[in-house]
Design a protein around this ligand. Structure first.
Ligand code: BES
Ligand code: ZN
Length: 627
């Protein structure tokens, strides 16, 4: 039997790429310190969920049926769980299985060990989520944009999936999934999967409910299993693209994202076919803690990118790029997170260049470079140089401790150095090959280094030294061969900043037709010596406090805190209470807390009121700052 299976597999699958054997062997040795699973003994291959969304109790309840692949002598399977209420475990026939829930670790949660009968290929876990489930946010109607219906959404990355479903929650243990989700009749469920029943089905004996079915036939890391339930509408954007959002948001979203179909084409032209069928975007209610999350087939996005002028769509390019870097080729452990994000920021910028030209791409790179410089300086000042390396050892820590601009912008800068050294044509061919060689596989940093050496550098020692591969990956700080991005448009902005500092009135500045990125540069370049009078003059002329562009408003509010510019305080309070995107929320509270007296008082007062509306991810980071 074993022989037959082996034979079929090797006869049907495409010839393995010669240049991938050694890197794959290296990646296979990866140890994930953020999972209790022992995949070499028994591993989950498929998750089948049957869950009911109970908006009164704010829980999901039902079953997770897990299909396993086991070693012949495997006696148990270990799953990851966190704050789940486990109600029972059976085999496929419904016979109870023995299980034990281990001690819960504050970061990792608790291992669920299930005894396996000889040859068992399936276990069914009956469970409920709890009010400690970190992945899920249950919103009351007043917390949504439409204010009429409740809403539920999940956020799995990095290690939160285990808090809403029991499985082996490691990015190296890829799983297919299917699901049946029962919701109140007025609501619709969507998932990061093929939606089999767009309009839902009636549920026998439950006229007030509907059921939605889904399947994801590609093996994905469990952090990409995602769900949302709400009063959700849909607008097509193109043949294979569309947008989901609350009814009150969907038109604005469809307008903002008109270019998404083209974006998919641009991405394919760069690095090969989009392998997931459809690409849709779900715009979430304002508390969504991230800018975007690359859930396969269905990117989750914050409404704060709906600027009305399509100026913030690089975020969509980013999440789309993850369909290759991250979702096809996945970081095997959270130490390798830069493989996901660094490649994606690089790819994102290439998409932006393709669609909107070199100038816009150069501006975006320059903004990223400035953020990178600030982040490196911050970590160095705080005596944490180790957090400025691309590869970091997160054993015993939360993966979130490694989250910063470093994996993103330093990672992308590294790839730009490689591109610059070998030439764009060669680098593009290499990247395309990389995504193909490791499609639907998980990758480690070491395996990448091996692949780079085998398939791009090919033993050319001089080239390797010129790039300085190991320093980029393992050393703190920024290697000297980093390419400092240049933007002519920003040089012009800087000239206007200089004029303003030199005494020119805002009305005299040449700002006609400036894009969002140019305004971001302008605000980034404001000196620490800015006076309140200058703040007043800027606000009078440019109406920053009333900006509807979240990125511009954010930078302005940071200045307002730094210079105690009172007139912007109502706008600051509104911004802190009307959305929950962590990237905006945490720095503003941190800046306030650095102002003893008025700042700290305001931070505490606003947070006391706003905290319950934030997602757990945002709460956890603001808690560290405010309390
Ligand atoms: N995958 C990330 C979000 C993430 C990372 C969630 C780690 C949880 C743990 C996503 O692709 C991302 O990077 N989002 C950015 C936007 C992007 C344009 C840089 C964000 O949310 O700000
Ligand atoms: Zn990302």
């Amino acid at each position: 039997m074993a022989f037959a299976v082996l034979f079929t597999v090797s006869a049907c699958s495409p010839k393995p790429d010669e240049g991938s054997a050694a890197p794959l062997a290296i990646a296979a040795k990866a140890v994930d310190h953020h999972s209790y699973a022992k995949p070499l003994e028994a591993r989950v291959r498929h998750v089948d969920l049957d869950l009911t969304a109970d908006f009164d109790r704010k829980i999901l309840s039902g079953t997770a049926a897990l299909s396993l692949e086991t070693e012949p002598d495997a006696r148990q399977v270990i799953l990851d769980t966190k704050a789940l209420n486990i109600l029972g475990v059976t085999d496929a026939a419904g016979a109870p299985l023995k299980y034990a829930l281990g001690k819960s670790d504050p970061i990792l949660g608790a291992p669920l060990t299930i005894e396996l009968p000889q040859g068992a290929q399936k276990v069914i876990v009956r469970y409920e989520t709890t009010n400690k489930t970190e992945a899920l946010q249950w919103l009351s109607p007043s917390q949504t944009a439409g204010k009429q219906h409740p809403f539920l959404f999940s956020q799995g990355q990095a290690i939160l999936t285990r808090s809403w479903l029991p499985t082996q929650d490691s990015p190296a243990i890829r799983q297919t999934y299917s699901a049946r989700i029962v919701t109140p009749r007025a609501l619709k469920a969507v998932m990061s999967a093929d939606m089999l029943t767009p309009d839902g089905e009636d549920v026998i004996d439950a006229p007030g409910k509907k059921a939605y079915r889904f399947k994801m036939d590609e093996a994905i890391p469990p952090y990409l299993i995602a769900i949302a339930v709400g009063e959700i509408d849909f607008r097509p954007l193109g043949k294979r693209t569309g947008v989901y959002a609350e009814k009150v948001t969907v038109e604005a979203a469809a307008d903002e994202f008109v270019d998404v179909e083209k974006m998919v084409g641009a991405a394919e032209k760069l690095y090969g076919p989009y392998r997931w069928g459809r690409y849709d975007i779900l715009v979430l209610p304002p508390s969504f803690p991230y800018g975007g999350m690359e859930n396969p087939r269905l990117t989750f996005a914050t409404p704060t990118i709906l600027a009305g002028d399509r100026s913030l769509v690089s975020l969509v390019a980013h999440e789309l790029a993850h369909s290759w870097s991250g979702n096809l080729v996945t970081n095997a452990t959270w130490n390798d997170f830069w493989l996901n994000e660094g490649f994606t920021v690089y790819f994102e910028n290439r998409i932006m260049e393709e669609l909107y030209g070199k100038d816009r791409a150069a501006m975006l790179r320059t903004l990223g470079y400035q953020d990178l410089q600030d982040t490196v300086k911050g970590y160095m000042d705080d005596k944490h140089p180790e957090l400025t390396a691309l590869y970091i050892d997160l054993k015993g820590k939360h993966p979130d401790d490694g989250f910063s601009e470093i994996p993103y912008e330093k990672g992308a800068s590294f790839l730009r150095v490689i591109e610059d050294t070998v030439g764009r044509r060669r680098f593009d061919a290499y990247l395309k090959g990389y995504f193909n060689r490791y499609a639907f596989k998980s990758m480690t940093t070491d395996a990448f280094i091996e692949d780079l050496s085998e398939n791009l550098l090919k033993g050319d020692k001089a080239l390797e030294d010129k790039i300085n591969v190991r320093a980029w990956i393992y050393d703190p700080g920024l290697p000297t061969n980093i390419i400092v991005p240049k933007s002519d448009a920003f040089d012009k902005v800087d000239a206007q900043v200089a004029a303003f500092i030199g005494g020119a009135a805002p009305a005299e500045l040449q700002t006609t037709d400036w894009t969002t990125q140019e305004w971001q540069r302008f605000l980034n370049q404001m000196p620490e010596t800015l006076t309140v009078d200058q703040m007043v003059s800027l606000d009078d002329r440019f109406k920053f406090s009333a900006s509807h562009n979240s990125e511009i408003l954010f930078l302005w509010l940071k200045l307002a805190i730094a210079h105690h510019y009172e007139p912007a305080m109502p706008a600051l309070e509104t911004f802190l209470t009307s959305q929950g995107r962590r990237k905006f929320i945490t720095p503003l509270y941190r800046d306030l807390m650095e102002r003893p007296g008025w700042g700290q008082a305001m931070a505490r007062r606003v947070y006391a009121e706003a905290r319950s509306g934030y997602h757990e991810v945002t709460r956890a980071s603001v808690d560290k700052v405010v309390n």
